[in-house]
Design a protein around this ligand. Structure first.
Ligand SMILES: [Cu+2]
Length: 140
């Protein structure tokens, strides 16, 4: 009995640390599944079917997929599939200005011509308040 009660706080402490990470991952997966469904509704086909571009959806303050790896020469198309919110893309490592504000169904494209290790990129209006931050790796 004494041993059990002594163990309880440690277990609770572990749960407190573990849960937010797990919840965030599940949250992102659910939001990204919804984003893809909205993409299909808007454009009539899956985002993976676009010719010559790799699509990243912007939805509910997430980039989907949140972490992307592409070979040099890839054009990435960021598409806003939200209902009302507008987003932007800031590729600070690429030395290009922030994209225009993208409203629902609008997109921004960028072709990655230089291989780079994993870099963060941001949504101008939401990276600070909503942590709307994506990751991209450009491989040789
Ligand atoms: Cu945003």
């Amino acid at each position: 009995m004494l041993l059990n009660t002594a163990r309880l706080p440690a277990f609770l402490l572990m749960s407190l640390f573990a849960f937010p990470v797990l919840a965030d991952d599940e949250d992102t997966a659910a939001i990204c599944a919804e984003a893809e469904a909205r993409y299909v509704d808007m454009f009539g086909h899956p985002s993976a079917d676009e010719d010559g571009v790799t699509v990243v959806k912007m939805y509910k303050y997430k980039f989907c997929p949140e972490n992307l790896s592409v070979p040099v020469g890839t054009t990435v198309r960021w598409v806003n599939v939200d209902k009302r919110t507008s987003h932007s893309v800031i590729l600070k490592e690429e030395g290009v200005p922030e994209s225009d504000r993208l409203f629902p169904e609008e997109n921004f494209e960028f072709t990655f011509l230089t291989a780079r290790p994993t870099q963060n990129y941001l949504c101008g209006p939401h990276w600070e308040t909503q942590k709307m931050i994506g990751m991209i790796t450009v491989t040789h």
